[in-house]
Design a protein around this ligand. Structure first.
Ligand code: GDP
Ligand code: MN
Length: 379
C-alpha cells in the first residue's frame, strides 16, 4: 500500500527525521490561510501516489499567500499519471544548497533491506540509476544487527564532506531504517535530502510503501489507506477478494490460484503474447467474483482477448461457468473469451457453457495458443 507524502512525513516525524512542518489542504482558501500562518515562501505539493510530481507541475513555489492560493487552484484537480489531485501539502520553502538521495528497499536478491544513497539526488534519480549507476551506493543490511553507526557514517561521507552534514545524514539514515523496520515497509525514501542555506540537513520529500501483510496487525496503518487515491480497478478487485495487478499487455487473464496465474502468464509469453494483468480469483468458488473479474478486465481498452484458466479443486468449475454466463447477461463483452477448465464439476460447467453457446477447452497449452491467436487476429 502506498502512502501519501503527508502520511509518510508523519511516520518520519515519529522517528525523529528532521523536516519543515507542513499542513494539508483541499481548497485554495485553506492553502492561503496556511501560507499566511506559516509566513514567507511556501511550497504547494500535489498529494498523489506517484513520484515525478515536480516534473508534472505538481510542486510549486509561492512567495506569498496570494500566489500560494493561485498555485493551489492549478494543482487541485490536476491529473498526474491517471491520478486526480484532491489534496495538497503546504510547507515552508527551504533555500536548497544541495540535493541528495537516500532510500531503503526490500531487496529480493540479497533478501535484505538495502539502503541506497546518492549525492546526485533530486528529480532525476531514475536517470542517474540508469545512466551512471556507480553514483549510487548500496548497502545490504543484516537485520540481526541493523544499520551500524560506522556504516551510516561511511554512507554519510559518500554524500557530504562537512562532518556536521555527514553526522546529520547518518542519523537520518538510521531513522529511515527504523521507519522501514517498524512499519513493515517495502520502501522508505527521501528524495531530495537537502542541505539548506543555513547548513541543516532536511528531508524535503517522503515516500513510504507498506507491505499489505502488515495491515492486519497494524490497524493504525490500515487506516491510512486512501481509496479515492488508488486505481479504481484495484480498489474494486480488493473489495471483491480478488488479487489483481494491472500489466501492460493485451491478454486478459482470469485464473484461480496465484501459482497457476503465474504459470499462465509464463505460458502466454511463451506463445508470443503479453498478459494484460495478473488476476487470482482465489481458491473458493463464487460466481460474483468471476463477474467482478470480467467487469474489471473488460473495462481495460488494451485487452484484446480474455483467457480463463481454471483448475477445479476447491474451486468448482460450474460456479465459474455460472459467473461467466451471469457476467455476459449483465454487460457486453466485446472481445473473444477462451475458456480452459478442468476438475471439480467440469461436466456441469461444460453443460452450462454450451447452453450459453460457449465451449471450454481442456488443455492449458491449447487454450493459451488459441487466445494468443485471437489477439493477433484482432491486431
Ligand atoms: P517529486 O517530484 O514527486 O519527487 O516531488 P518532490 O517533493 O521531490 O519535489 C520536486 C522538487 O521540487 C525537489 O527535488 C526540489 O528540487 C523542489 N522542491 C521541493 N521542495 C522545495 C523547497 O522547499 N524549496 C525549493 N527551493 N525547492 C523545493
Ligand atoms: Mn521527490
Amino acid at each position: 500500500m502506498n502512502l501519501h507524502e503527508y502520511q509518510a512525513r508523519e511516520l518520519f516525524r515519529q522517528a525523529g527525521i528532521r523536516m519543515p512542518d507542513g499542513e494539508v489542504a483541499t481548497k485554495p482558501s485553506e492553502v492561503e490561510a496556511i501560507a499566511t500562518r506559516l509566513g514567507g515562501g511556501v511550497v504547494i505539493k500535489a498529494q498523489v501516489h506517484t513520484g515525478g510530481r515536480g516534473k508534472a507541475g505538481g510542486v510549486k513555489l509561492a512567495t506569498d499567500p496570494r500566489e500560494a492560493a493561485e498555485h493551489a487552484e492549478t494543482i487541485l484537480g490536476m491529473v498526474i499519471k491517471d491520478l486526480v489531485v484532491s489534496k495538497v501539502l503546504v510547507v515552508p520553502a527551504v533555500e536548497i544548497s544541495s540535493e541528495a538521495y537516500v532510500g531503503m528497499i526490500l531487496d529480493r536478491e540479497s533478501q535484505r533491506p538495502v539502503l541506497m544513497v546518492s549525492a546526485s539526488g533530486g528529480v532525476d534519480i531514475e536517470e542517474v540509476a540508469a545512466s551512471s549507476p556507480e553514483k549510487i551506493r548500496r548497502l545490504a543490511i543484516d537485520p540481526r544487527f541493523g544499520l551500524l553507526p560506522h556504516q551510516a557514517m561511511e554512507l554519510g561521507f559518500a554524500l557530504y564532506d562537512d562532518l556536521r552534514h555527514v553526522r546529520a545524514a547518518a542519523k537520518i539514515m538510521t531513522q529511515l531504517y527504523d521507519v522501514f523496520m517498524d512499519n513493515g515497509a517495502t520502501l522508505t525514501e527521501i528524495n531530495p535530502l537537502v542541505t539548506s542555506s543555513e547548513g541543516e540537513v532536511l528531508a524535503l520529500d517522503a515516500k513510504v510503501t507498506l507491505d499489505d501483510n502488515i495491515l492486519e496487525r497494524r490497524p493504525d496503518l490500515a487506516l491510512l489507506r486512501d481509496e479515492t487515491a488508488e486505481a479504481t480497478s484495484e480498489v474494486e478487485a480488493r473489495h471483491a477478494g480478488l488479487t489483481f495487478i494491472k500489466l501492460d499487455g493485451n491478454v486478459g487473464c482470469v485464473v484461480n490460484g496465484a501459482g497457476l496465474a503465474m504459470a499462465t502468464m509464463d505460458l502466454v509469453k511463451y506463445y508470443g503474447g503479453e498478459p494484460a494483468n495478473f488476476l487470482d480469483i482465489g481458491g473458493s468458488s463464487n460466481p460474483e467474483k468471476v463477474v467482478t473479474a470480467l467487469r474489471i478486465i473488460t473495462r481495460d481498452p488494451s485487452v484484446k482477448a480474455i483467457l480463463f484458466n481454471i483448475f477445479g479443486g476447491i474451486t468448482r468449475t460450474d460456479d465459474v461457468a455460472n459467473g461467466i454466463v451471469t457476467a455476459l447477461q449483465q454487460f457486453k463483452v466485446e472481445v473473444p473469451i477462451v475458456i480452459r477448465l478442468t476438475g471439480t464439476n467440469e461436466e456441469e460447467a461444460i453443460r452450462i457453457l454450451s447452453e450459453a453457446g460457449m465451449t471450454a477447452l481442456n488443455g492449458m497449452d491449447e487454450a493459451v495458443e488459441q487466445v494468443v491467436a485471437r489477439v493477433k487476429e484482432a491486431a
